[in-house]
Design a protein around this ligand. Structure first.
Ligand code: UD1
Ligand code: CA
Length: 423
């Protein structure tokens, strides 16, 4: 299939009224990353030559968030007159393109690459002008329904608000995910009208137009309902977030050799890398993009925030919060600590109750702790400051900013004074 060129159009211009939010729906986060990013990654997995994102509502914020993404172009739909009208905005970007066009909804983020592969297979093998990803739902209300003729051929899609009473019972629905022969799509796009209950240009009407002109329209059924769910309100956002994190946990436990105890209590976001034989205890939160080496121990009740990178054999124990914290191999922070904007060497021990005071009320500053340093319980390191290799602080020491502790030296008190060199 690689020989058939593909472009993807992502529909993300809608107002998302039901989210009741000042933030566009596609920028709301799911497992720590924006909903739209999940969809853009679907497009990438399909091997798209180019992805065209149709934006409208709060379009500047969406563009800004994804600016610089490779092979991605934004087009604006203003005002928003429906899904068909949204695709019309991509016409210029698709002009002269002689391949297939996938249309994905920006609010349907959980479709697996495998499902999209199957969709493409069917599209090619059936030589279809259009292939719809469908699902059989026990509760089809709200979705567009697939209407077939007596021979089982797909003839049209009818939206919920346009259904005739006898069509209400149809359980085969349109997931909003499509594959078109680009030329065929262009041949009907101009023929869409607004003669429907919502007065919009429906992309779904392309099915009737293509079928009536004698083209083959295929339907590829997705049997996992969780993949095709759309996010229209906050409850669905929470559900999609849960499903996404469940996948992340499965991947860690089944593929990566990571032990997660009471996984349903752990909140692990997307894009983390966790080494094998690392153990995660209950109620731990690991934010997007965190890197953890092998044989580490995390939690219970640990909070590893953005920019945290642990080497191998590290420990982030109970009630420890880290942010932009880099740990060398074998570095341990067992209990009750805040470690922000800090680079810890290897073999460092952070005593219980220690804090890196990274914020002076105006700006964040960086702290460095050398290899094998021993930070006594209740130490406050006021950033920016450096603690040397093999240095030591006594219990309740306050190391003021700029008062670096030399290598091999013990300091005590508040503010810290040199006690002696280590022998
Ligand atoms: C749409 C489909 C419906 C399908 C359902 C699956 C149409 C007419 N209906 O309905 O058959 O069952 O998805 O989830 O296509 N959008 C724009 N511009 C617009 C309007 C919408 O970009 O003018 C975008 C939205 O941001 C969203 C997507 O298109 O990402 C779908 O729009 P939405 O209004 O959610 O359509 P549904 O009513 O869910
Ligand atoms: Ca929707």
């Amino acid at each position: 299939m690689a020989d058939r060129p593909l472009k993807v159009v992502v529909l993300a211009a809608g107002k998302s009224t039901r989210m009741k939010s000042a933030t566009p729906k596609v920028l709301h986060k799911m497992a720590g990353v924006p909903v739209l990013q999940w969809v853009l990654e679907q497009a990438e997995a399909m091997g798209a030559a180019e992805t065209i994102v149709v934006v409208g509502h709060e379009s500047e914020r969406v563009r800004e968030k994804f600016s610089g993404r490779a092979n991605t172009r934004f087009v604006t739909q203003e005002p928003q007159h429906g899904t068909g009208h949204a695709v019309m905005q991509a016409r210029e970007a698709l002009a002269g393109f002689n391949g297939d066009v996938a249309v994905l909804c920006g609010d349907v983020p959980l479709i697996r690459p495998r499902t999209l592969e199957l969709l493409r297979h069917m599209h090619v093998s059936e030589e279809a002008a259009c292939t719809i990803l469908t699902a059989l739902l026990p509760e089809p209300r709200g979705y567009g329904r697939i209407v077939r003729d007596g021979l089982g051929r797909v003839r049209r899609i009818v939206e919920q608000r346009d259904l005739a009473p006898q069509q209400e019972a149809i359980q085969e629905i349109n997931t909003g995910t499509w594959l078109y022969d680009c030329t065929k799509l262009m041949s009907v796009l101009d023929k869409l009208d607004t003669d429907n209950a919502q007065g919009e240009y429906y992309l779904t009407d392309t099915v009737r137009l293509l079928a009536d002109a004698g083209n083959r329209v295929a339907a590829c059924a997705c049997d996992d309902h969780t993949e095709v769910m759309g996010i229209n309100n906050r409850k669905q956002l929470a559900e999609a977030d849960r499903l996404a994190r469940e996948r992340i946990l499965d991947e860690l436990m089944i593929e990566q050799g990571v032990s997660v105890y009471q996984p349903e209590s752990c909140y692990i976001e997307a894009g983390c890398s966790i080494g094998r034989d690392t153990v995660i205890w209950p109620h731990s939160v690991i934010r997007a993009g965190v890197v953890i080496g092998e044989r580490c121990e995390i939690g219970p009740f640990a909070h590893l925030r953005g920019g945290t990178r642990l080497g191998n054999d590290c420990k982030v124990g109970a009630f420890v919060e880290t942010k932009n914290a880099v740990y060398g191999d074998g570095t341990k922070s067992g209990h009750l600590a805040y470690l922000g904007d800090v680079t810890l060497g290897s073999g460092v021990n952070i005593g219980a109750g220690s804090i890196v005071a990274n914020y002076d009320g105006k700006a964040k500053h960086h702290t460095e702790v050398g290899d094998n340093a021993f930070i006594g319980c209740g130490t406050v390191l006021v950033a920016p400051v450096k603690v040397g290799k093999n240095a030591q602080t006594g219990a309740n020491t306050v190391v003021p900013h700029g008062k670096d502790v030399p290598d091999d030296t013990i300091v005590v008190g508040a503010p810290a004074r040199e006690l002696r060199k280590k022998s």
